[in-house]
Design a protein around this ligand. Structure first.
Ligand SMILES: O=C(O)c1ccccc1N[C@@H]1O[C@H](COP(=O)(O)O)[C@@H](O)[C@H]1O
Length: 215
């Protein structure tokens, strides 16, 4: 039997939306700890949200090119995952994985065949890889821009590499994405918001319903 699809709702900032994601049947929630993001939560907020979620849903803290002290500070709150969403090298991913004591998801920007060729090297040192759109030059953050990439690029990916898909997913395109790309899981932030950083209950419910119906 195929593995069940993993659905991650990222950029949760409030307890209300944490409860919405849990009730709607998400498998994982993501908390952004990156000040330039409209979804940024402070370390105090992170600590509270992770505690409220513990044992009910998997938690993932998103960091961008963190130093060792940030990794240690966040890992101490006991999330299930840390997502590295910056230009971390395979060597750095391996070092953080060794130090953090939590599972590591490495986000990789995909905009060309060359980007796809690098995925297997990261998959070898991370617990999971997340394939996202490559941000345009000059973007103020490396993700969470609601931009999709050309999914057909993934036809060149080694089929033995499991990956999650993100970038511009919405309730309207998630079923098509799953059918075409066959990811291990899907991850959404902007596509379930009514304004940047403001999650919407109905969009979260529709996203999860449509994703589950596609498998
Ligand atoms: O959400 C952000 O602001 C963000 C900032 C820095 C790095 C990653 C960020 N978000 C992650 O990007 C992907 C795709 O998001 P979207 O659905 O296209 O908006 C997802 O993993 C977000 O958590």
């Amino acid at each position: 039997m195929a593995d069940p699809l993993i659905v991650k709702i990222c950029g949760i900032k409030t307890y209300d939306m944490l409860e919405v994601a849990i009730a709607a049947g998400a498998d994982m929630v993501g908390f952004m700890h990156f000040p330039r993001s409209p979804r940024h939560v402070s370390v105090d907020e992170l600590s509270g949200l992770i505690s409220a979620a513990r044992g009910r849903i998997q938690t993932c803290v998103v960091l961008v090119n963190p130093d060792n002290s940030s990794v240690a500070e966040v890992a101490a709150f006991g999330p299930d995952w840390i997502q590295l969403h910056g230009p971390e090298s395979p060597h750095r991913v391996e070092a953080i994985r060794g130090e953090a004591g939590v599972e590591i998801m490495k986000a990789l920007p995909i905009g060309s065949a060359e980007d796809v060729a690098h995925v297997a090297g990261f998959a070898a040192v991370a617990d999971r890889v997340l394939l996202d759109a490559k941000p345009p030059k000059g973007a103020d953050r490396p993700g969470g821009l609601g931009e999709a990439f050309d999914w057909s690029l993934l036809e060149a990916l080694d089929p033995s590499v499991p990956f999650m898909l993100s970038g511009g997913l919405t309730p309207d395109n998630v079923a098509d994405a799953i059918a075409r790309v066959k990811p291990l899981g899907v991850d959404v932030s902007s596509g379930v918001e009514r304004a940047p950083g403001v999650k919407d209950k109905k969009l979260i419910e529709a996203f999860i319903r449509n994703a589950r119906a596609a498998v």
